[in-house]
Design a protein around this ligand. Structure first.
Ligand SMILES: [Mg+2]
Length: 433
């Protein structure tokens, strides 16, 4: 028996805006940050759970406050009770009737729940001495279905549908685990394509990506059309005809502008257009998908919850589904989303980069391969080579693929020294006219 003795938070910000790493058409000068949570227990083995929400700077303190609002649900609780039925724990947090008013199930409070849920999964995996992807992959179909909140989903996917998908994937799980351990999970890289980089840097990094074994890169677009056409041409020349090039507008356009803009880039053989418009606009995405066909529309990194994903799938408004490890309510909700993607036959290509998103989301894709979709066909995890050195179990890339993690946990633990070194020092301030 052990008890949660503290929920410790920290506001960690890296000054990435000085190098324009991460710059795109909407996010001009991000300071990559995390609202970090550490679940401290009196566990005899000293296990702790670590989780976080990724933000890009200002407002990270608001996200930290959201996490702290969950302390009453966790501190003083029996660890085994919290971890034994993670579906029930998730529902307890999300169904808190007062906190729910702040969403429901969207925004700062929902992401805060995601951080705490992910920290508890990290703790559970460490206690089981397994990496999260294997812990999840070895659960029975019935145990996995129990993790999902089907309220609001059954018009698209029932528990029986989910069980069918999981049972269908059950044969061959051991072989797929072995395959991941041998050769990893395919990735693509956004490193060459930030909008703030010079043409020379773009070309150099695109060539390096191919040399490193990636068969897809992605470019930010949507700032200036002439620049985009020039950059796409340079990138296509640099990588040759066989490497896929995705594009990402980071919500920059309305419907007509998206269709018009992409008509000028189509000649460069675009793998997908990501976030062409507002992440809340299902009908606009559906119209853009029809208008830019056959270029697939990709979205999901800013989608608030599983109910939005459901509607995008029902409306055929996305052709590539991009989960994010810290945007929705944690591992449980991402499992619901991946199950729906399987039901609708849409590939999951996670958003990553930021701080620790690669470390966290690889576990979800690997679990998807083992237990849900059973395939990596048409699937790639985003990779950006930033800030991995701050993590206790950083991602390992080889031949353009994420190598399967073997360390116990969810990959979400940042070194205490990094958290201390980059702790944000709030400025004293007064607000007046
Ligand atoms: Mg993106």
């Amino acid at each position: 028996m052990s008890t949660v003795i503290a929920l410790e938070t920290s506001d960690v910000r890296f000054p990435t805006s000085t190098s324009l790493d991460g710059s795109d058409a909407m996010n001009l000068d991000p300071d990559y940050s995390v609202a970090y949570v550490r679940v401290v227990t009196d566990d005899a083995d000293g296990h702790e759970g670590h989780g976080f929400v990724f933000t890009i700077g200002r407002g990270n303190d608001v996200q930290v406050a959201g996490i702290e609002a969950l302390a009453a649900h966790v501190v003083g609780r029996n660890v085994e009770d919290l971890l034994e039925n993670m579906g029930a724990t998730w529902r307890e947090f999300v169904w808190d009737s007062q906190l729910r008013w702040l969403g429901p199930e969207k925004g700062v409070m929902h992401m805060a729940i995601g951080a705490v849920v992910n920290a508890l999964w990290d703790l559970k995996a460490k206690r089981a001495s397994l990496p999260l992807w294997q812990l999840l992959g070895r659960m029975t179909p019935e145990q996995i279905v129990e993790l999902v909140d089907f309220r609001y989903l059954t018009d698209a996917m029932t528990p029986e549908d989910a069980l069918d998908i999981l049972r269908q994937a059950a044969p061959g799980k051991a072989e797929r685990e072995a395959e991941l351990l041998a050769s990893g999970y395919p990735a693509y890289t956004t490193t060459p394509g930030w909008l703030g980089y010079s043409d020379e840097k773009l070309v150099r990094l695109a060539k390096e990506a191919v040399a490193d074994g990636f068969d897809m890169i992605k470019l930010k677009v949507g700032g200036n059309l002439e620049d985009d056409i020039r950059r796409m041409r340079l990138a296509r020349e640099a990588v040759g005809p066989d490497i896929r090039i995705g594009t990402d507008a980071n919500q920059r356009w309305g419907v007509a502008e998206a269709i018009e803009w992409m008509s000028h880039l189509a000649e460069f053989d675009v793998a997908w257009i990501e976030e062409p418009t507002s992440p809340d606009d299902i009908l606009a995405h559906a119209a853009i998908a029809r208008g830019v066909h056959p270029i697939p529309v990709a979205t999901g990194e800013h989608m608030a919850n599983r109910i939005m994903f459901k509607q995008f799938l029902q409306a055929d408004a996305l052709q590539v589904l991009q989960i994010d490890a810290t945007r929705v309510g944690g591992v449980n909700e991402n499992i619901a989303i991946m199950l729906m993607a399987a039901k609708f036959g849409v590939p999951v290509c996670p958003h990553a980069g930021g701080v620790g998103l690669c470390e966290a989301v690889q576990h979800l894709s690997m679990f998807d391969f083992v237990a849900i979709s059973g395939t990596t066909e048409g699937r790639v995890i985003e990779f950006v080579d930033h800030l991995h050195e701050h993590f206790v179990t950083p991602v390992v890339m080889r031949n353009g693929a994420y190598q399967a993690p073997t360390a116990p946990g969810a990959g979400t633990e940042m070194y205490a020294a990094s958290r201390a070194e980059f702790a944000y020092q709030a400025q004293a301030r007064t607000v007046d006219a």
